[in-house]
Design a protein around this ligand. Structure first.
Ligand SMILES: [Zn+2]
Length: 95
């Protein structure tokens, strides 16, 4: 296992492919059991994918199946719905 220290972790959004600091993105994790869920802690074990905290990227990921590719599974429609709720709450909270 590689541990990256000192450098801030940078991750790529599955939708727009731009890189941001990990904390700026939402992590989605594929659990070892195969369930796909949002990982608010960013630390859940499993294969992770990242997406920007904005509705545009969530919609784009849903359309292009960006998460499916990143996680090598099929993300359920409910997951995108949940993500959409999270980013909308986030946008409202920022005002
Ligand atoms: Zn993005």
């Amino acid at each position: 296992m590689t541990v990256v220290e000192k450098k801030r972790p940078i991750r790529t959004c599955v939708a727009c492919r731009s890189s941001s600091e990990k904390k700026e993105l939402i992590r989605i994790v594929r659990r070892t059991g195969g369930e796909v869920e949002i990982d608010p802690t960013g630390k859940a074990p499993g294969r992770g994918a990242y997406i920007c905290r904005n509705a545009t990227c969530v919609a784009m990921a849903a359309k292009k199946k960006g998460l499916d590719r990143a996680l090598r599974t099929t993300a359920p429609a409910e997951l995108y719905e949940k993500l959409m709720q999270v980013v909308q709450e986030n946008e409202n909270a920022g005002r």
